[in-house]
Design a protein. Sequence first.
Length: 334
Amino acid sequence: MQETHALSPDTLSLFYEEPDSDRWLPLDRYLRRAIRRIIRGKPRAGGHARVFLNLCAGLDKLGVRYRVNDYAYIKQHPHEIACIIGKPHVLDKIKWANPILFGAAVFSHPLEQPGFFQKYPTVRKILVPGDWMRKMWDPYFGDKVKSWAVGVDTDLWSPSSNEEKRFDFLLYDKVMWHHEEYERTLLDPIRAELRRRKRSFSEIRYGYYHEEEFHELLQQCRAMIFLCEHETQGIAYQQALSCGVPILAWDRAGYWQDPSFYPDKVKYGPVSSVPYWNERCGVKFCDSGEFEKALLEFVSKLSANSLAPREYILNNLSLEKCARHYLDIFQSLS
């Protein structure tokens, strides 16, 4: 009996793998992985892994079934959609006959993948994490690109029941490039202003912590100062919002700053450090010269209890809402 062209099975076929190739000897990736685990402990769930895990968690909440990395099944069902969450190396695992929904953990810019749709002709749609990135990609891939944000686990990332807070601010440092320069021109002036106003604070730097540590710090602070040149989605600041922690955000706008592309290959703007946001999340400032004014406005809003960051996440970025959006995109490919 010939297989029907069913693009919407009752069980999604999800694919995700971390890039981890052999470096010096055949199969040495397994030895290097074991050594890393011994030295560093349990691996951190990075941004791409978090997208995959949270999508799965959202599908679980909706009662939607899925299989993971079942290459044998997908090769036997070439008319079913393959949902590839990981980076482009997954596209090279097999010769895909299936229609593909690819993303949102993909690559930085279309220039990284010249001839992408010629090489992978069955990719039907590429998901990117937010609208400014979609607009940046639009001249290259047009309506093949759609923005989709993964959800936040609002049960795990929830407000502390402890009314006593150890410090006023958590200073979250995710400055990605020219860190020494920004240490002098941004971080140091912010620290000085907080000390001048006798505001207590703790600090955390992206890439140097486990999620458990970040979660604990969010339970101990009244608010967070978020410093990053730009975010495609910004899962960490959204986890803070979900914990009921309002944010004073450095939102410099301007050009996309990735030195692999800027300024020689790509000049795109404006970008955002907090692409998912409304006025109940907190206050934004564009540089250290605006920080004092923004801090005063922010503290005033905190005192007036006029901020409701968790409400924003529950209304827009819960696991269920984002998984439902993913399913809507999936169904649109039928």
